[in-house]
Design a protein around this ligand. Structure first.
Ligand code: C2O
Ligand code: CU
Ligand code: CU
Length: 502
């Protein structure tokens, strides 16, 4: 699979005028994978209480230079929060940065006031507390900055973390579940660096149009990581925490592995796969069997030539490695004696069918972008709230504005949202407020790996995807939820809208 010619060619393509200390392809597994601390909260009255502090610091990704970064309760990324379905929780966020921020619970079904979107700004020096009851099926979720016009930059610098929800079902299943031992969070992100070690964020229009792609992979904030399994089977909670890059996860020996979940719930049954495509913000849980003791690498392999998720470069561009190439994510070197692991259960969950309750209406959303490097967006910046990024991306012909509600959903309804991509690249479409079920993709039933509750769905160029979503429990006449492309530079340049559940 790792054909030598392609390897060399891709290495060459990665050589740009920037500092590229670890080519995407040259990784060896030099540093032990960092495992973010697990935070399970403290009981306080009837609530389980969590604390996050957004702060700035320096990160030592490299032995010989440091990188200014931001994070939660540390200098880069944040702890893994573990929440239980049914718990009343409060999560306090203190902003010790010298800039405003917000913290959004991606994928969670919470009231709009607790959602942490662009309207729940936390000014420097201030605190914000999100209180809600966890109403969620088990799975990996995440939290991240959602500041208007600045989400891409703040997430890139480190404001994100993983959030694991457990429910009765997940606790009763015999699955690897010892955090940090056989239950491992894997947050992968691509980054670009300047020679002094600092992050290099958007530096061209191309970075905005294609979304910010880096040439160096960090996993849980570890450069060139290795992981040592001590058990026969390991459950990895994969989160694509990248701003724009889509990964095609596989192993260097092409081994089979088992997919357990996707985004917001388990699949009905474990699914055997050899490759798995994750767009920005998508998550999935996999179980990998290391019984043979053989070292292996986790990779991203090229998209099939006819894949709708393959990157079409903008005219004339030669840049860092894209989805079309192979690169390493993590080296895995099993210990010589491995502890036994449970057999995977044949059934994981039963998924209720949202559609069974009847569809109240269908809404259509059309995704477009300004074409070509030379062409300007519509530029009108007033009313965007933040810095007012140029408007380059549109949903139903409009860019995001902080004032102005795009959609009003009557509380209690079940809707089909039909998303059409009329641009030349894939957009991972995400909706706040909860989980949906993909109904069809270009008129055909979704593939088995998408048959679960999801909150982010890939929409390739020319594709139409329909999903079913229920709008229950929370209404708020003033505060909107967001729907948007999760390529963060697209979101920050207009590909976002607001809806109210009333
Ligand atoms: Cu992951 Cu609107 O966000
Ligand atoms: Cu979200
Ligand atoms: Cu997009």
């Amino acid at each position: 699979m790792l054909d030598r010619r392609r390897f060399l060619k891709a290495t060459g393509a990665g050589a740009a005028a920037i500092w590229c200390p670890q080519s995407l392809l040259a990784q060896q597994g030099a540093n032990e994978l960092r495992i973010p601390p697990l935070v399970t909260g403290n009981r306080r009255g009837g609530r389980r209480h969590y604390e996050l502090v957004a702060q700035s610091g320096e990160s030592q990704f490299f032995p010989d230079r440091s990188t200014p970064t931001i994070g939660f309760n540390g200098s880069y990324l944040g702890p893994t929060l573990r929440l239980r379905d049914g718990d009343d929780v409060s999560i306090d966020v203190e902003n010790r940065l010298d800039e405003p921020t917000t913290v959004h619970w991606h994928g969670l079904h919470v009231p709009a006031s607790a959602d942490g979107g662009p309207h729940q700004i936390i000014e420097p020096g201030r605190r914000w507390s999100a209180e809600f009851t966890v109403m969620q099926k088990a799975g990996p979720f995440w939290y991240h900055s959602h500041l208007i016009d600045k989400t891409g930059e703040q997430v890139y610098r480190g404001l994100a973390g993983m959030l694991l929800v457990e429910d009765e079902e997940s606790r009763s299943l015999e699955l690897p579940s010892e955090y940090g031992v056989d239950d491992i969070p894997v947050v992968f992100q691509d980054r670009r660096f300047n020679e002094d070690g600092s992050f290099r964020y958007v530096s061209s229009r191309h970075d905005i149009m294609m979304g910010m792609h880096g040439d160096t992979i960090l996993v849980n904030g570890t450069l060139d990581p290795y992981f040592v399994p001590t058990t026969r089977k390991v459950r990895f909670r994969l989160l694509n925490g990248s701003n724009a890059r889509t990964y095609n996860i596989a192993f260097s020996d092409n081994r089979q592995f088992t997919q357990l979940s996707c985004d917001g719930s388990f699949l009905g049954q474990p699914l055997q796969v050899t490759v798995l495509t994750l767009a920005p913000a998508e998550r999935c849980e996999i179980v990998v069997d290391f019984s043979d003791g053989a070292p292996v690498n986790m990779l991203s392999v090229p998209m099939a030539v006819d894949s709708p998720y393959r990157t079409r470069h903008m005219m004339g561009h030669r840049g860092p490695v894209y989805e079309n190439d192979s690169f390493h994510i993590m080296a895995i070197r099993p210990q010589s004696q491995l502890q036994p692991s449970p057999e995977l259960p044949p059934v994981l969950t039963s998924l209720v069918d949202y559609e069974a309750v009847g569809i109240d209406r269908v809404r259509r959303f059309d995704l477009t972008m300004a074409m070509g490097m030379g062409m300007m967006g519509r530029g009108g910046r007033s009313g965007r709230g933040g810095q007012g990024n140029e408007e380059l991306f549109f949903i139903n012909g409009r860019s995001m504005h902080m004032v102005g509600i795009n959609v009003r959903v009557p509380m209690g309804s079940t809707e089909i949202w039909e998303i059409t991509n009329n641009s030349r690249m894939m957009h991972p479409f995400h909706v706040h407020h909860g989980q949906f079920q993909v109904k069809d993709r270009n008129g055909r039933p979704p593939p088995p790996h998408e048959r679960a509750f999801k909150d982010t769905v890939k929409i390739g160029p020319g594709e139409t995807v329909r999903f079913v979503m229920e709008f229950l429990h929370f209404s708020d006449p003033d505060l909107p939820y967001m729907y948007h492309c999760h390529i963060l530079e697209h979101e920050d340049h207009g590909m976002m809208g607001q809806f109210i559940v009333e």
